[in-house]
Write a protein that binds this ligand. Structure first.
Ligand code: FO1
Length: 258
């Protein structure tokens, strides 16, 4: 399964009730990853991890259930930025991830180690171990994804989505093999532009999907013209694309059967 953040993670949780988690692989978007206070934050991978571990905040969908924000408040009193809400226990994830990455581990190894620590048996693969960064171009300029979504509340007409670094990045070990050899591929009801799009922009991913023999199914993140979550309708409109499951299907033309 290819998945972004909250919508993808919740769908995956449902899917895993009907599949053997040990035979399920999720490929997660890392285009949203950002550095805060020198720490590597991987929101989509963490949302998948926390959701599958049964520890995600049930209302927000991201972050940990029962989280506290003492550190963030202390940052605020010192005059530091607080627009991206990093919880106290969530910070532990970013601390160990950053330490392991600095020690030379790949993001794949970090992610697998965190999944084991949470008792998650589904295989979680980052889409790439290389640095890929999604930027949203609006009339307000070129914004890193979290700046656009969280700090700027997805304001401004979207003109272009840029996935910087994708052309030179390699899919993480196991990604292309999973797409080629699995019985079925499911594209989760995630944002096709900024969650799934960065994965499709990696060399070899589109080809692997187009050539595979088993079923490939995409689930629309739009229901009744509204997104399950997030600013997708606004983004599609800004780009002049149809706000409907058909509009989403067009983005996956040649890649999925259903
Ligand atoms: N989303 C928000 O709308 N506001 C936040 O302050 C915020 C903090 C945050 C911290 C850790 C994390 O893993 C995710 C967080 N998210 C927050 C969600 C995230 O911005 C997006 O939902 C994803 O990047 C899009 O899939």
């Amino acid at each position: 399964m290819l998945a972004g953040g909250v919508g993808g993670a919740r769908f995956l949780r449902g899917l895993c009730r009907h599949t053997d988690p040990r035979h399920t692989t999720v490929i997660g978007n890392t285009g949203d990853d950002e550095e805060f206070f020198g720490l590597h934050v991987a929101p989509d991978l963490d949302t998948v991890l926390y959701t599958l571990a049964g520890r995600a905040d049930p209302v927000r969908g991201w972050g940990l259930h029962g989280e506290t924000f003492h550190c963030l408040r202390a940052v605020g009193t010192l005059g530091g930025p607080t627009w991206f809400q990093l919880g106290d226990r969530d910070l532990a994830t970013h601390l160990v991830r950053t330490a392991w990455l600095r020690a030379g581990w790949s993001l794949s190894r970090v992610t697998a180690t965190l999944a084991r620590a949470h008792g998650v048996r589904v295989r979680i693969l980052p889409m790439t171990d290389d640095r890929v960064r999604t930027f949203v171009h609006t009339e307000r300029g070129r914004l890193p994804f979290q700046d656009y979504l969280v700090r700027g509340r997805a304001r401004g007409r979207v003109r272009r989505i840029e996935v910087a670094g994708a052309a030179r990045a390699r899919p993480a070990p196991g990604v292309l093999a999973a797409l080629q050899t699995s019985d079925a591929v499911v594209i989760a009801p995630s944002n096709p532009l900024v969650s799934i799009g960065p994965m499709l922009a990696l060399p070899g991913v589109r080809k692997a999907l187009a050539r595979r023999r088993g079923a490939a199914v995409a689930v629309s993140p739009l229901v009744g013209g509204r997104a399950v979550r997030g600013p997708l309708p606004r983004m599609l409109r800004g780009l002049g694309l149809e706000v409907s499951p058909r509009g989403v299907a067009r983005l996956y033309r040649g890649l999925v059967d259903v």
